[in-house]
Write a protein that binds this ligand. Structure first.
Ligand code: MFK
Length: 546
């Protein structure tokens, strides 16, 4: 036998992740930090086992059986192994329950778990995200009856009582433009609301409940007339007959996730609150699932970089390991710097969410959270694709071969930029946030994050770029089309500034603890430029599209 290449090995996802360890050591009180360790260690063990198992087993997809042998409609979905393990594992480690614990650190502690678990979960994290979002929206509605009925199930620490919730918004007529929703809510003769319509992307159809947008019969057109309803999908062991699973989607990635097209044919439903402004009511859910999206995106980046770095120590080319080749080392270091900045932003959103929810936040932090949530979601979604693609290239041809497990990383990463709002929809959402006082909150917070950091070049680049963004906003404040056309550039600029300032805060702390890497990440990240502002020329755009 000739030469055989060593496969990449996955270092322990928790114990080897210096970014996560440093963040938790910095942000959590010692007692909470210590209490978290066992769950994170176990989830890291599971992630490492799942990566090894993926090598040894043939990948499967969920299978929908619509009819049983006797002609009965059953719509049964057989799930893959990680999905079968999901309820036990996630309730044992309190993945969802942790996020709703009575502490300002609850969300940080939850999302540390999510970050470690996500890649091993085969996207079981998708229905978990929606369940978390539904719990948050139901709490925000103040609907006591629903809070008492659903939350003990959604946040259960016991797999036998766990319920998952879906989020049924997307329809053929309205993906981003949810205001086009065609699903109708109609009261039956007994006064029970029932939903009629077709939902086009339902990723948690295996769940026991869902939040669904529908238009009460007779209400007007548009977003404001939509209402938000709570539904339950099961009648004991059987799916309710008023919920019909039409088919499972054939997707580019996330193959283990049974995304379905469904019909609602009179499914009983209960309004969360008033029978209008459903999008406003579902917004807390959207902001939570967008946070999940960002954390899962950085988990994909961490996995891709971890494997590429390990492989670079095993693979020799031109007489030395790849990691000693200057250009390869440079490529990996650039990836690491971009990742560390995105990591800082995504976890700041998680931590802020907990602080705001528990009334521990300073007044400006709620406005800051409103802005950073879409920024983190949109930027990490794009960056995950870029870094996973770059990581595949680090393996040469092997990165293009299915049974290395590597192409799946890239295919799955593409979903982050689409789910829960595309990059453009999120860029426009950041304009919504900027209409309030979130820009000033970002400026003030950046100054706090930069305090004590001795990287004067980084501090001045961040300040100057924020000034340029403020000027850009002023200049285009009344030209709505230009503002929208440049919204992506603005959003990337603000995301990069916020991330750099957060990285500076981490670097200051890390230096005090004898660690120089975050400072290097900051220098490298800022060196790659913060300003992505553009003022598109409408005439050129028209010419290019003509
Ligand atoms: C593993 C990771 C797991 C991740 C989960 C995966 C799940 C996958 C399944 C899906 O992808 S489901 C589909 C996701 N779809 C979307 O995310 C919808 C994309 N479209 C938007 O986000 C639009 O911006 C939106 C529908 C929310 C609003 O568009 P409109 O129709 O122009 O509404 P409008 O009038 O601007 O906003 C209505 C109200 O909501 C306003 O409040 P008021 O009624 O008080 O004026 C807005 O301020 C408020 N609002 C909108 N977005 C908000 C928000 N409030 C807070 N936060 C937000 N983000």
């Amino acid at each position: 036998m000739g030469f055989l290449q060593d496969a990449p090995q996955l270092p322990h996802p928790y114990r080897s992740d210096r970014s996560l360890l440093a963040l938790l050591d910095r942000a959590l009180p010692a007692g909470r930090r210590a209490a978290l360790d066992a769950d994170l260690d176990a989830l890291g063990d599971y992630a490492q086992m799942a990566w090894r198992r993926a090598y040894a087993t043939t990948r499967r997809k969920p299978v929908l059986t619509q009819w049983d042998a006797w002609g009965q409609r059953v719509d049964r979905i057989e799930l893959t192994t990680a999905w079968q393990e999901g309820p036990q594992l996630t309730t044992r480690h309190a993945v969802l329950a942790a996020g709703h614990a009575d502490s300002e650190h609850a969300r940080l502690e939850e999302f540390a778990r999510v970050y470690l678990y996500h890649l091993a979960s085969e996207f079981y994290t998708c229905p978990l995200a929606m369940t978390d979002g539904a719990a948050t929206a139901i709490k925000a509605s103040g609907n006591r009856e629903l809070i008492e009925r659903a939350l003990p199930h959604f946040l259960s620490r016991d797999a036998s009582t766990l319920w998952l919730s879906g989020q049924w918004m997307t329809e053929n007529s309205g993906g981003s433009d949810v205001g086009n929703t065609e699903t109708v809510a109609r009261k039956d003769t007994s006064g029970q609301w029932r939903l009629y319509g077709r939902k086009w992307f339902s990723s948690a159809v295996v769940g026991e409940a869902a939040l669904a947008l529908a238009r009460p019969e007779g209400a007007g057109a548009g977003t404001a007339a939509l209402a938000l309803f709570y539904v339950e999908t099961m009648d004991g062991e059987r799916r309710k007959p008023e919920l019909v699973v039409d088919r499972l989607k054939d997707k580019l990635g996330t193959h283990e996730l049974p995304t379905a097209e469904i019909h609602l044919d009179g499914l009983p439903a209960w309004p969360l609150g008033e029978l209008a402004h459903g999008v406003r009511q579902v917004a807390p859910m959207l902001n939570v699932t967008r946070t999940w999206n960002a954390i899962c995106a950085i988990a994909s980046m961490a996995r891709a970089i971890s494997l590429a770095r390990d492989y670079a120590t095993r693979r020799q080319a031109f007489g030395r390991p790849l990691i000693e080749q200057p250009l390869h080392a440079q490529t990996l270091a650039n990836m690491q710097a971009e990742f560390e900045a995105a990591f800082a932003l995504a976890f700041e959103v998680a931590h802020l969410l907990g602080r705001v929810e528990h009334g521990a936040a300073a007044p400006q932090e709620a406005a800051l959270l409103r802005l950073l949530t879409p920024l983190a979601k949109l930027w990490t979604g794009k960056l995950a694709v870029k870094l996973c693609s770059e990581a595949l290239e680090c393996f040469g041809g092997a990165g293009y071969i299915e049974d290395t497990g590597l192409p799946q990383l890239l295919r799955d990463a593409q979903v982050y930029a689409i789910w829960e709002g595309t990059t453009n929809v999120l860029s426009l959402d950041s304009l919504r946030a900027l209409a309030g006082d979130s820009f000033e909150a970002l400026r003030a917070s950046s100054a706090i994050w930069l305090a004590g950091n001795d990287d004067m070049h980084a501090a001045s680049a961040i300040r100057q770029t924020l000034d340029a963004a403020a000027r850009w906003l002023d200049q285009h404040a009344t030209a709505r089309d230009t503002l929208e056309a440049g919204a992506r550039g603005l959003a990337f600029t603000l995301a990069r500034c916020a991330s750099a300032a957060l990285l500076a805060r981490q670097a200051t702390w890390s230096r005090q603890h004898g660690e120089q890497r975050s400072a290097a990440a900051l220098r490298r990240f800022v060196g790659r430029g913060l300003d992505r502002l553009v003022t598109p020329d409408a005439g050129d755009t028209a010419l290019l599209l003509g």
